[in-house]
Design a protein. Structure first.
Length: 159
């Protein structure tokens, strides 16, 4: 079942690259007590994700923070090393690059994407959500092949 507005973010463990190397974070701790914008992409370094999706949030980070957002997170079903390298390459210092290595979080959200036909395995659908104290207040789910409603511009316009 797909997560809905009003639902609590499911508990899962995600990877994040920190100064000393890979670390794990719990979603309950990460989302608790603050306003977070999470956007998810089908894969790091893929064309739309690298050319438009991630750069939009990097370029708009200050605008999000000025609107009361405490954290912006980019998530993909990739390993922590890939997410760390992608974040460094995109100058995404103000974003948290979250690795859902096995797709457990995407599956728990009900937003898993079967990309086996493209040789990419199981991934996450393209989406964005806003959560306050661990509760989804807005959800922007893309139709397959689309990139509109999860863009930084669209999410900012709806905050």
């Amino acid at each position: 079942m797909t997560i809905q507005v009003g639902d609590t973010i499911p508990e899962a463990t995600l990877g994040v690259m920190q100064g000393k190397g890979p670390a794990q974070i719990n979603t309950k701790d990460y989302f608790g007590g603050r306003k977070v914008v999470l956007f998810s992409v089908p894969g790091a370094f893929t064309p739309t994700c690298s050319a438009r999706h991630l750069p939009g949030y990097v370029d708009s980070a200050e605008e999000f923070f000025n609107k009361g957002v405490d954290a912006i997170a980019c998530m993909a079903v990739n390993d922590v090393f890939v997410m760390g390298a992608w974040g460094r390459g995109a100058n995404a210092d103000q974003l948290d690059m979250l690795a859902d290595g096995n797709g457990d979080f995407a599956r728990a959200l009900g937003l898993e994407l079967d990309s086996r036909a493209f040789g990419m395995g199981m991934r996450s659908k393209r989406f964005a959500l806003v959560a306050e104290d661990g509760v989804v207040t807005q959800l922007f789910l893309e139709e397959p092949g689309e990139f509109r409603v999860s863009s930084a511009e669209h999410v900012l316009a709806n905050l």
